[in-house]
Design a protein around this ligand. Structure first.
Ligand SMILES: Nc1ncnc2c1ncn2[C@@H]1O[C@H](COP(=O)(O)OP(=O)(O)OP(=O)(O)O)[C@@H](O)[C@H]1O
Length: 264
């Protein structure tokens, strides 16, 4: 069996990947600093995230998980290679175009819920569309609100909601504009395990029932087990992937990083 199926994907017919990839990186490198402070955070990473799939990105601390997500979401520039959302390569975009693409095609969920404290839950959910001057699709919004179980909390401000409820608002906000892809960076990092499980269940359902594409960075093998696929990073490179992960199988794989000094 090919030990690096991700890397050899590029030999498959281009038409197949073009049709199914919501986002992809090709030979993506990211270097921070110069001279003594130079750090290669990503080293020629090639990966694609298939439409309608839930992918978790895992790896030891400092392996490049957040950098990969930030480069792919256009929040950080790349040093070499390319990052593409749908069929748009981010490197070719001017600042304004990039802002528009992020607003229209990407949903974000962060560890710290990033809600505006003076707005109600509903106002937070529709804020990106309000800024863009777009009218929400009410039927879709109702479905999203019902799926995250917030119907009776829409008038509440973030301070009147629990952490788990605030993160549900953030998930609903990410979904509201039907983005091509949602990037979630440690979405359960600030939540107790029960609220975390609710958020993960919700993200998984948004993939299964709403056809959403989700990419999530996590340290937690249990969180990763909600995904369809786990991509493992070490030292800025993709070193492995796993389909149909369980918490145990992910934990076993992570233990091998520790045993082998962070490389596979
Ligand atoms: N803005 C920056 N300037 C300099 N170095 C950076 C910057 N951002 C990240 N790095 C370095 O790049 C490497 C990868 O960092 P990154 O945050 O992507 O790792 P990570 O896998 O997300 O780590 P963690 O799990 O600890 O959050 C690290 O060595 C980090 O110190």
């Amino acid at each position: 069996m090919d030990p690096h199926p991700i890397l050899s994907d590029w030999s498959s017919p281009v038409t197949t990947t073009l049709l199914t990839a919501a986002a992809r990186a090709v030979g993506l490198s990211k270097v921070y600093g110069e001279g003594d402070t130079r750090v290669t955070a990503l080293d020629q990473v090639s990966v694609e995230f298939v439409r309608g799939q839930f992918t978790a990105i895992m790896g030891p601390s400092g392996s490049g998980k957040s950098t990969l997500m930030h480069c792919m979401a256009g929040l950080d520039s790349v040093t070499a290679g390319s990052a593409t959302i749908g069929d748009t390569e981010l490197g070719g975009l001017k600042d304004k175009q990039l802002t528009k693409l992020r607003r229209d095609q990407i949903g974000f969920v962060f560890q710290s819920f990033n809600l505006l404290p003076t707005l109600s839950a509903l106002e937070n959910i529709t804020l990106p569309m309000d800024i863009a001057g777009r009218k929400p699709d009410h039927a879709w919004l109702d479905q999203v609100v019902a799926t995250v179980g917030l119907a009776d909390r829409l008038g509440h401000r973030p301070s009147q909601l629990s952490g788990g409820q605030q993160q549900r608002v953030a998930c609903a906000r990410a979904l509201a504009s039907r983005p091509a892809i949602i990037f979630a960076d440690e979405p359960t990092g600030n939540l107790d395990s029960r609220s975390g499980a609710e958020i993960l269940g919700f993200l998984r359902n948004s993939v299964r029932e709403l056809g959403q594409t989700v990419v999530m960075v996590t340290h937690d093998p249990v969180a990763a087990s909600y995904a369809d696929r786990v991509v493992f990073l070490a030292d800025g490179r993709i070193v492995d992937e796993m389909y149909g992960p369980t918490a145990d199988s992910v934990l076993d794989r992570m233990r091998r990083f520790d045993a082998k000094g962070r490389t596979s």
